[in-house]
Design a binder for this molecule. Structure first.
Ligand SMILES: N[C@@H](CCC(=O)N[C@@H](CS)C(=O)NCC(=O)O)C(=O)O
Length: 278
């Protein structure tokens, strides 16, 4: 596929094809929980780690769902129109038309609809909820800074986050405009990138503590798994960070839960010395 075609694919102009590939809506098993499942619709954008978390959450509950892939940049107004004032982020979930907004709210609503397998197992429910909240507030923002940060140095890799290939020069020019806009929108700067990279080793150690405590990395995903491991797996698409993350128990858990993840930026994108292992 040519570079520009790959790019257009990322921008969700062929959103449904992308939805099939990136956010596979088929449950792993036949729906069995509950007896008459509600109609679930997810509003998503391509390559978003919270969106991937929501998709995996619905699949873990073995529920059928429909994906609506929105165009990044245009999605915020649309999402606010559906989910209410101030609700401008994805993912959002409609359950028989009832709006449920943010990954944490989605996890909790799914738990009511289909209690098994539990995202908040009884003996560790509070600790899982606290780990989930930590993942949301402390780790998730890195998934909006570092991939966009690395893409500035390798804009030809932009379309890989939509399942495409490296861009040709014309596609790369187009991608550069999107990357600039994303920097502005997400508050990315060289200082923000360096700060995020500096914070990563301690965050990985913290997440390893959750593995040791049995809050993440087990046989069935908890709400904390979905929240934390989706971000780590996205960050592992950055060649500069793959090894750094996967030597950690939490990194190995991320690869187990999410073996495939679109996007690839070869090592060497970030300036030498910015990536720290400790
Ligand atoms: N923490 C929330 C927020 C998710 C979030 O920030 N999503 C990003 C995409 S990765 C988004 O929609 N950003 C658009 C905006 O901030 O306007 C969640 O987990 O649902």
């Amino acid at each position: 596929m040519g570079g520009m075609a790959c790019l257009l694919r990322l921008l969700a102009i062929v959103g449904l094809a992308l939805a099939d590939r990136q956010f596979d809506s088929r449950p792993t098993l036949r729906p069995m929980n509950p007896a008459s499942p509600p109609k679930i619709t997810l509003h998503l954008i391509p390559a978003s780690h919270p969106c991937r978390a929501a998709v995996e959450a619905v699949k873990a509950k073995q529920l059928e769902f429909e994906s609506v892939i929105l165009t990044p940049g245009e999605h915020a107004d649309l999402v606010e129109g559906i989910y209410g004032e101030g609700c401008r982020t994805v993912p959002g979930m409609l359950v028989d038309g009832e709006p449920v907004h943010t990954t944490s709210a989605i996890n909790r609503r799914l738990e009511q609809i289909a209690p098994e397998p539990s995202f908040y197992p009884a003996p560790i429910a509070d600790a899982v909820a606290a780990a989930e909240a930590w993942g949301d507030s402390e780790l998730q923002p890195l998934g909006r800074i570092l991939p966009w940060g690395a893409m500035y140095f390798r804009p030809d890799c932009f379309a890989t986050y939509g399942g495409g290939e490296a861009l040709d020069p014309a596609g790369t020019d187009y991608a550069i405009r999107w990357i600039r806009a994303a920097w502005k929108y997400n508050g990315v700067s060289a200082v923000a990138i360096a700060t995020a990279l500096e914070s990563l080793p301690a965050l990985l150690d913290h997440a390893d503590g959750f593995v040791a405590a049995g809050l993440i990395g087990g046989a069935t995903p908890t709400a904390a798994d979905l929240q934390i491991l989706s971000t780590l797996r996205l960050l592992m698409t950055l060649g500069d960070l793959t090894e750094l993350i996967e030597v950690h128990d939490c990194g190995a858990a991320a690869r187990r839960l999410l073996p495939g993840y679109d996007g690839s930026i070869p090592p060497g994108a970030f300036p030498a010395g910015w990536v720290r292992a400790d």
